[in-house]
Design a binder for this molecule. Sequence first.
Ligand SMILES: [Mg+2]
Length: 215
Amino acid sequence: MKRAVITDFDGTITTKDFYWLAIESGWPEGEAAYRDWKEGKWKDRDFLQESFRRIAHGSDSVEELTDQIPYDHTFPAFFRRVKEAGHDVYIVSAGADYYIRRFFDKLGIEVDGLYANPSYSAEGALWFDLDPSWEHYNDRYGISKKSVVEAIAAGYDETCYIGDSEPDRHAAGAVDLMFARDQLIEILRREGRPFHPIAAFSEVADVLQKQGWIK
Ligand SMILES: [Mg+2]
């Protein structure tokens, strides 16, 4: 049985989205802008880019902020158990690949695939380098999670997905097992989708163990 664990990064593996670190560092009006974004007044990729651009106005560098990202400390053990069972682990994020790569490098974790928005660090800020001709491109998020998750799932017998917010709802129909934390719980409840509510990767492990995925 070929199985894959697919997970979001910000707010799912980490406990605070990177854009919040950027806002708190260099964008005093960012909290008001966040509310506008949630009301649909910004495209996701524009809001994230603006928060990343403001890092140049803060006192911490992109790299220093990356090294401060708080995360779920049950994730590394979860990752090891999934790998020991022979399954693959993918990260699918509408955030920037730059800080995600740095985060995993620091933890010494090598995932089987990372799908995120291409990005680079320059002039004290973080910049998206999006390619509208990419097969998984989406104008709102930069990356279409639905398209990526469907493409990954096509190569496996069984897949699961773990996420925390609105962009993750697009993965729900494409996997066999769905896990939600924080905002995503209410979103999936409203949509009447089956899912497991969780607060940490240790709880994902409990469910995967019961379902025979891991020991
Ligand atoms: Mg997230």
